[in-house]
Structure formats: structure tokens, C-alpha cells
Design a protein around this ligand. Structure first.
Ligand SMILES: Nc1ncnc2c1ncn2[C@@H]1O[C@H](COP(=O)(O)OP(=O)(O)O)[C@@H](O)[C@H]1O
Ligand SMILES: [Mg+2]
Length: 414
């Protein structure tokens, strides 16, 4: 890939997560999204999706951004920002308008109005709407319409999934972004982005779930008939497995992390009886051999716990019997051998490793499951250039009217 000096034909995505802050820049390729630059900075002052150390977060964002800018030879001051955390919640909503245009032809403005009305849910104090996911439209009696513009009807109803978040958490994210000099084009709830990176339209129609098991959070997004039905964030992830290993074996957390990644498996059933793992004892500074089965026995209950919480969300969604497309696991922790099998047992559904599709970087596909939520930010721009998440209420300080132009910018630059 050559340099694209002065060329602004790209969109940047910034994902703020506990394990890493990741930033990417990409443009629409032929059928694929071409990633122009990608930088992932571990441990950036985010805990449970919230900024807890602004200085560190700023440093990490600056590091990621500088790497991208160097590569692209342009300055980056805008990005679609992916956020997550237990403070974020979603709810389905409807809004309808009467069509009174000549010839009863539905216009873009009618669609926007219907979505805006769907967005006008009553939000508890201290929370605000950050994102509106357009699910489908009903024109008169005809349900399940994806693109109503140009159709004829007297009544247009929008079905949308409305995402709200805690205001104070948002203010801290905003402040961090402002200090970092990044204008958020939009705030996207990460499980939605992760879904868009790994699922195809057919799977969303069939009924599918994406479970993203990260460092400190596990997020769930469930789809049926092409619509987003349920999302949730569970406040545990891979780091809890690491902590249990550290406590159980009385070793440092960093050593536990290394051992987990190198030798950890999700189920003791997967370990042959004689396999052993080398452990460095912190106090004696000597190493000893531990049965791998014991390591697996520490990991297994934590993996099960994470997956059981996720299962509760599947049950809560009412879709348990309808997820014919099964569940896809993404996030760093989905790399653990055996986790797919354990998940199948707990969910009683087909489970597969989720692989981002249609992203090319330096001529090769990017399929890293821990990048799903970050990559998905760019697919978002590709799929929903017009309406997704248009925050016309301007809840993000300083970008109010700007947002109206955001998706136009995305359209022109992507
Ligand atoms: N091969 C592996 N086996 C088990 N866990 C892994 C593996 N690779 C990464 N992880 C875990 O994944 C987590 C990070 O996942 P990631 O999706 O990058 O986090 P986040 O999105 O929360 O920033 C860490 O807890 C890390 O230990
Ligand atoms: Mg993540």
C-alpha cells in the first residue's frame, strides 16, 4: 500500500476498551473494507468500559493516533468511537408518522421523523440516548421493510433499538476525546459493531448471537429476522480468569496471564492426564511443574461463570429457541482452546469462533476476533451511512449541529 498523502478518503474508528485502545483507518475497497492502518495499545486507563485514568487514556489514544497519522501522512481529528460497559443498555422502540406527501411517496425526511419519534423514549435521569439502531419499517400493513424511501403508503412505522448510557461516564469519555483532539462522529455500542464485523445478513435473519469476551467485560448482542433484539454487558471477562490463576497458584498476575495464554484451556476434560506446566514460584524464585489439569480446573469454573451469565441473557431475550444461526464467540478470551465446546454445552446451541470478514490489511484478511468490535465501526459506516445513531439531540458537547453533517462526511470519505 502506498501513502495517500493529502487523501482524506478514509474513516477512522477508535475503540475504547479495558484491554486495549484500538484505532483503525479504512476505506471502502472492492467489496471489502481496506484497512489502511491499525494500532492497538494495551491497558489504556479504561476499566469496565469507563475512563478511570484520563491521563493514561490520553496517552494511549495519542500513541494509537500518532501511529496512524505517521502511516497515512495526514492528521486524524475525527473517528467513529466504540464504547462498552455495564452502564450501557438498550431497548426496542417504535415511532410512526402519517405520510402526506404528494402521491403518498415516503421520503427520507419521513424515515428520519419516524426514527426520531422512536428515539423519544423516556430516559431516566442521569442517562441519555447515544445511539439509534434502525431495525425495520412497517409501511401500512407491510412489515419487515428495510428501505422504505420511495414506497407508497399512508402510515410509516420505524422499529428501532435505542441505546442509552450513563451521562457521567459519557462526560468523561467526551472530555478525554476532546483533550485528545478527536471528534467523535458517533458513539457506537461495541457489541453492535462486533456483530456487524462477524455476521452476515443471512445470519442476522436466521437468528444469531455474538458474544464478545474481552478483558473485563463480556458483551452480548442477539439478532433475529435481521433485527437487533437484545444486548447486554456482563462485568466479567478474561482478566477474572487471570486473577483466579494468580490467586490459586500464588503467582504474579503477569505470570498468570502468560501461563493462561500459553497453556490455559477452558475445560479439564481437554487435558491429557500427564501434561504439565512450568510455574515460576514468586517467593522461592524457583520453578516447578504443575499438572495442567490443575490449571484447567482453576480456569474452568470462571469460564463457565462467564458463559452462564451470557446464557441468562440469551434466555432473557426470549430468543433461546430461535437462534438457528447459533452463537459466535469473539474477543481475546474466545481464543482459549475449548471455550467453544464449553459454550455449546451451556447454551445448548451451536457455537463457533467468530471471525471478522471482509477486512483486508496489507493484502491479507484481518480475522483477529479481539478486533471485531473495532473493525465493526467501519462496517457501520459502510452499512448505515445515513441514519444509524444520528444523535441530533447533540448530547455530545460541542458537536450538536455538526452531527447532521457527520454521515454526509462519512458518505463522501469512505
Ligand atoms: N489465547 C488466549 N487465551 C486466553 N485468553 C486470551 C488469549 N488471548 C487473549 N486473551 C485474553 O483476552 C482478553 C483481552 O481481550 P480483548 O478482546 O482484547 O479485550 P478488550 O476488548 O476488553 O479490550 C485478556 O483478558 C486476555 O488475557
Ligand atoms: Mg473488545
Amino acid at each position: 500500500m502506498g501513502r495517500i498523502k493529502g487523501d482524506r478518503g478514509f474513516i477512522a474508528g477508535l475503540s475504547l476498551d479495558s484491554g486495549k485502545i484500538a484505532m483503525i483507518a479504512g476505506k471502502r475497497g472492492s467489496g471489502n473494507i481496506e484497512i489502511l492502518a491499525l494500532e492497538s495499545v494495551p491497558g489504556g486507563g479504561i476499566r469496565q468500559g469507563k475512563v478511570i485514568n484520563m491521563e493514561k487514556a490520553l496517552e494511549s489514544i495519542a500513541q494509537a493516533r500518532e501511529a496512524l497519522e505517521k502511516r497515512l501522512d495526514v492528521s486524524i481529528d475525527k473517528a467513529i468511537v466504540g464504547i462498552t460497559g455495564e452502564h450501557i443498555a438498550g431497548v426496542s422502540s417504535k415511532g410512526f408518522v402519517g405520510v402526506d406527501n404528494p402521491g403518498l411517496e415516503i421520503k427520507k425526511e419521513d424515515v428520519e421523523k419516524a426514527l426520531e419519534l422512536a428515539r423519544a423514549i423516556s430516559v431516566p435521569t442521569g442517562r441519555e440516548v447515544i445511539y439509534v439502531h434502525p431495525n425495520s419499517f412497517t409501511v401500512d400493513e407491510q412489515k419487515g421493510i428495510k428501505e422504505p424511501v420511495g414506497m407508497i403508503g399512508v402510515r410509516l412505522e420505524a422499529q428501532a433499538y435505542i441505546v442509552t448510557a450513563q451521562s457521567t461516564v459519557l462526560r468523561n469519555i467526551e472530555k478525554t476525546l476532546k483533550l485528545a483532539g478527536i471528534k467523535p462522529l458517533n458513539l457506537v455500542f461495541q457489541p453492535i459493531a462486533a456483530s456487524l464485523a462477524v455476521l452476515g445478513e443471512d445470519e442476522m435473519i436466521q437468528g444469531t448471537g455474538v458474544i464478545d469476551i474481552g478483558k473485563e467485560t463480556t458483551s452480548v448482542a442477539l439478532w433475529y429476522e435481521g433485527e437487533l433484539i437484545h444486548t447486554a454487558v456482563i462485568p466479567i471477562g478474561g482478566d477474572h480468569i487471570t486473577s483466579d490463576i494468580a490467586i490459586g497458584l500464588r503467582i504474579s498476575k503477569s505470570h498468570a496471564e502468560t501461563i493462561k495464554i500459553r497453556e490455559g484451556v477452558a475445560s479439564s476434560k481437554l487435558v491429557k492426564s500427564d501434561e504439565q506446566v512450568k510455574i515460576e514460584d514468586r517467593r522461592s524464585k524457583k520453578s516447578y511443574l504443575l499438572e495442567k489439569k490443575i490449571l484447567a480446573a482453576i480456569i474452568e469454573p470462571r469460564v463457565e461463570e462467564i458463559l452462564e451469565f451470557a446464557h441468562k441473557e440469551i434466555m432473557r431475550s426470549g430468543l433461546a429457541d430461535r437462534l438457528a444461526g447459533g452463537i459466535f464467540l469473539v474477543g481475546g478470551t474466545s481464543n482459549m482452546p475449548g471455550i467453544v465446546e464449553v459454550a455449546e454445552e451451556i447454551f445448548n446451541l451451536p457455537v463457533s469462533p467468530g471471525r471478522p470478514w471482509g477486512f483486508i490489511y496489507e493484502g491479507k484478511p484481518v480475522e483477529d476476533p479481539s478486533l471485531a468490535s473495532c473493525l465493526g465501526l467501519l462496517r457501520m459506516a459502510q452499512l448505515f451511512p445515513d441514519e444509524a445513531g444520528l444523535d441530533e439531540g447533540g448530547s455530545l458537547a460541542g458537536i450538536g449541529g455538526f452531527l447532521k453533517k457527520v454521515w454526509i462526511f462519512i458518505k463522501e470519505n469512505f
